[in-house]
Design a protein. Structure first.
Length: 145
């Protein structure tokens, strides 16, 4: 996928310990540490909260953009909006749910649940979706298409 070294760089720029960052995100320090090391992939909700806390773009954190500025006025990940955006991008690209399911290695039913906002897509799959369909990862999560 990508390396998450920017998680550490951004956190250290603000002189925040892993312990404090983990507390801010509501996780254990060991879980947070594994994200920084790239051993585990940070869940989308936590990545979103991290980006909002530091007002940085998720695209920047993931190395998809050099633009650092984020969108600090968001309060929480809106799965309904994200699902709507994924569906809009899918339809714009003339793809079926089956096409996207094949791309992400999931079932068509899973794509239907993502698009209805019933379940949260993994960070890795949203990364693949954004990269393949040339759309901003950050904008998928923060604005309506």
């Amino acid at each position: 996928m990508t390396n998450f070294s920017k998680l550490k760089d951004i956190r250290e720029d603000y002189d925040i310990s892993q312990e404090k960052m983990a507390k801010i995100l509501g996780v254990k320090r060991s879980a947070y540490s594994l994200w920084e090391l790239g051993i585990n992939i940070i869940p989308l909700k936590n990545l979103f909260d991290y980006a909002i806390y530091f007002n940085v773009s998720m695209d920047y954190i993931l190395g998809l953009s050099d633009t650092k500025k984020g969108d600090s006025n968001k309060k929480g990940l809106d799965l309904m909006m994200l699902g709507h955006n994924m569906k809009s991008i899918r339809l714009y690209n003339h793809l079926s749910q089956e096409n996207v399911a094949d791309l992400l290695g999931v079932t068509q039913a899973c794509i239907a649940r993502y698009e209805k906002g019933l379940i949260c897509i993994s960070t890795a799959n949203l990364y693949k979706f954004a990269l393949t369909l040339d759309v901003s990862f950050h904008e998928l999560c923060t604005r309506t298409f």
